[in-house]
Design a protein around this ligand. Structure first.
Ligand code: ADP
Length: 190
């Protein structure tokens, strides 16, 4: 079973992905984490990626798709992936469908964490205090929300048309959101 955790920045995708890893022994593929790892190497590519992330922009489809494919090759056969923060553009979604198809598998569900965007700013302020991520400042966050509306939200009809979209209320407490997702996955698993 492969799923996508979908929603605006700070919707809680990473938090829920980690819970699912424990519950279902799936593998989390977070492009945000991969890119932060690339950044930490301090390489030329790392520097390029850092400046894009910090201003809240999207890293190029080519780089992100390459990282995901590399990771899938390293992992080999497994109990399924939780894609977190990927895909973020239609081109990424199409590339993902192709990569999975050529490995004899597919996306089974797209979990849409439905959140009140106006309330996300408070979450980001909190996360900045806890983790100190340079892109968790108000200015970058506005850019990230704008990119989400313009480039990522159009994936909702893409997955709706495939009958894969499952909405979950992401404003509930973390455990409740988790239980909601768990129910969807258990139903899929039969
Ligand atoms: P959040 O979900 O809070 O936005 P992420 O850790 O998923 O945090 O992403 C942080 C940043 O990394 C994004 O703002 C973007 O610059 C970059 N990034 C992550 N995933 C992608 C992707 N799939 N395509 C392009 N850029 C990405």
């Amino acid at each position: 079973m492969n799923i996508v955790l979908f929603g605006p920045p700070a919707a809680g995708k990473g938090t829920q992905a980690k819970r699912l890893v424990e519950l279902f022994s799936m593998i989390q593929l977070s492009t945000g984490e991969m890119l932060r790892a690339v950044r930490a190497t301090g390489s030329e590519m790392g520097k390029k990626v850092a400046s894009i992330i910090d201003r809240g922009d999207l890293v190029s489809d080519e780089i992100v798709i390459g990282l995901v494919e590399e990771r899938m090759d390293e992992n080999g056969p497994n109990r399924g992936y939780i894609f977190d923060g990927f895909p973020r553009t239609v081109a990424q979604a199409e590339a993902l469908d192709n990569m999975l198809q050529s490995r004899g598998t597919k996306i089974d569900a797209v979990i849409h964490l439905e959140v009140d965007e106006a309330k996300l700013t408070a979450r980001v302020e909190n996360r900045f205090k806890e983790e100190g991520r340079a892109d968790d400042n108000l200015e970058s966050f506005k850019v990230r929300l704008g990119r989400y509306s313009k480039e990522t939200a159009p994936l909702l009809p893409y997955y709706e048309a495939q009958g894969k979209l499952k909405g979950i209320d992401g404003m509930k407490p973390i455990e409740k959101v988790g239980e909601g997702i768990e129910k969807v996955l258990r139903r899929l698993n039969g």
